[in-house]
Design a binder for this molecule. Structure first.
Ligand code: MN
Length: 292
């Protein structure tokens, strides 16, 4: 039985803060308690870098070497180029529209900088970084790295020139996304043309929220402006999105991980003991080595 999902909250972008000197982000969740720690589980954190212009520089801006354990970082670029290096030996540059899906799991060191060539010209950066939690049984798996180019996304063409749905993970009406995840996740970019509408059906128990990247959309007669996040109640399946002008919306929906959570700093574990262990392992060099 399909049933309309209702809007629980519409969140304007919280005040921005800098991550290193390269990322000016709005932390929508977990935030300072504005949403519960697990309200968007399996998504633990969302930092949104709304559009910002960086002047040219020969020294790329960004954030230096730091560790992660217990989750995955998923970075989506909408404008600008970001480079990544990690202690598992993986590196790459994500350009406009591309995604980098890094599984830290048992632990990596990584650094995230604007691409050197891009930095020389400077320009507009707009990106999203998500921390996707891992269930306890996968927290100590080996690290993994999935660079995903925009061309590799599943592409569902909407009827009547309505636009396209780019499927990053999961499945929209038979079109599947290239990213592999440890728990069921639906992640799409919905790119709407003027005067179009799209219907989405997402399992009722999946925690679901949309981030408006470009333009504005209407859902259940409510307008959601660009840079705003709409959180849905878990009271139905169906959502109809309408756009009067061009719009881009990031769709996040996932089956919650029903486990205790203990996040601290760059680690997301299940207990305080595991956090202490993470710091001990980090101090003992078990996360490997990465040059700054
Ligand atoms: Mn990081």
């Amino acid at each position: 039985m399909s049933k309309i999902r209702s809007i629980e909250r519409i969140l304007p972008p919280p005040p921005a803060h800098m991550v290193g000197d390269g990322f000016r982000v709005h932390n929508f969740f977990p935030g300072n308690g504005q949403l519960g720690l697990q309200r968007m589980s399996p998504f633990f954190l969302m930092d949104y870098g709304a559009k910002v212009d960086f002047p040219p520089t020969d020294t790329p801006r960004g954030v230096g070497v730091h560790p992660h354990r217990g989750f995955e970082t998923v970075t989506i670029s909408y404008h600008g180029k970001v480079a990544h290096h990690d202690s598992a030996g993986n590196s790459g540059v994500i350009g406009e529209g591309d995604v980098q899906w890094m599984t830290a799991a048992s632990g990596v060191l990584h650094k995230e900088y604007h691409d050197r060539e891009w930095s020389k010209k400077g320009g507009m950066l707009q990106m999203v970084q998500l921390w996707v939690n891992l269930p306890a049984k996968h927290k100590m798996d080996s690290p993994k790295y999935q660079p995903i180019k925009r061309e590799e996304f599943g592409k569902f063409i909407l009827p009547d020139n309505g636009g396209t749905i780019e499927v990053i993970a999961g499945n929209y009406k038979g079109t599947t996304g290239p990213a592999s995840s440890f728990t069921p996740i639906e992640m799409y970019n919905v790119r709407l043309q003027p005067n179009s509408a799209v219907s989405l059906s997402l399992p009722e128990n999946y925690n679901t929220g949309f981030l408006v990247i470009e333009g504005e959309i209407t859902i259940s007669n409510k307008t959601i402006k660009s840079d705003h996040f709409v959180l849905f109640a878990n009271d139905g399946t169906d959502i109809e999105v309408k756009a009067e002008n061009e719009a881009i919306v990031l769709i996040l929906s996932g089956e919650p991980i029903n486990e205790a959570i203990f996040p601290y700093g760059p680690f997301v574990m299940n207990s305080k003991e595991e956090i202490i262990q993470a710091y001990t392992d980090f101090d003992n060099g078990l996360f490997g080595y990465l040059e700054d």
